[in-house]
Design a protein around this ligand. Structure first.
Ligand code: MD6
Ligand code: FE
Length: 200
């Protein structure tokens, strides 16, 4: 589900909270298991963070840069993610991981599936801020030609159920200047990466 502009009213609060997070856990370019350095810079907040290195992709409670826990998920992040999930039909979404992706012009994310999480019943909520991007959204089989969606500042994508394992990616970011973020796009993806939360 694409919620156009859902995060717009909260943009300044989100970006301010994000600065606190990245001051503790700086954005960095991870290396893939194949040895390529990713063009997207990443960090995390919350109990679990997504990391990649020569040994593979996984979730870790510790930031490999500091050896410490990832910063806590700011309350405005959690609130927005839960509200967006509810709007998309997923009640009680309790994310335990927030992956922060930072794109500069030319950066891209190759087509992939999100399958490192333990709980595929939970949705993923994805918040776009800053420069617009073309989001590629396919099906669960890699060969299918993806649809293209332009995601702009404040758009939120809520995604789960039958589409949870759909292949997706981000086309190389076009250059531009955004009023709040300059030459940059930030994407926040909220997930349930560890065990399912108790139903309430
Ligand atoms: C991005 N997003 O938009 C990258 N994955 O920068 C993702 O890879 C993604 O937006 C799963 C669900 C939603 C997403
Ligand atoms: Fe993804």
């Amino acid at each position: 589900m694409l919620l156009r502009g859902f995060a717009r009213a909260a943009d300044v609060a989100l970006l301010q909270a994000l600065e606190g997070v990245t001051a503790q856990a700086p954005l960095r370019h991870l290396v893939t298991p194949g040895g390529h350095t990713m063009s997207v810079a990443m960090s995390n907040c919350g109990p679990l963070g997504w990391v990649s290195d020569r040994n593979g992709y996984r979730y870790s409670a510790l930031d490999p840069l500091s050896g410490k826990n990832w910063p806590a998920m700011p309350a405005c992040f959690v609130g927005l993610a839960a509200q967006a999930a509810a709007q998309a039909g997923f009640k009680n979404f309790q994310p335990d991981a927030c992956l922060i992706n930072s794109y500069q012009p030319g950066a891209k994310l190759s087509v992939h599936q999100d399958k490192d999480e333990k709980d595929f019943s939970a949705p993923i909520v994805s918040v776009s801020l800053g420069l617009p991007a073309v989001f590629l959204f396919g099906s669960a089989s890699r060969g299918d030609k993806p649809q293209r969606y332009r995601l702009t500042h404040g758009d939120v994508v809520g995604w789960g159920g039958p589409s949870r394992l759909a292949f997706h990616g981000v086309a190389p970011l076009a250059d531009g200047v955004h009023q709040l973020l300059g030459r940059r796009r930030i994407n926040l993806t909220f997930r349930r990466a560890g065990r399912a939360s108790a139903a309430t």
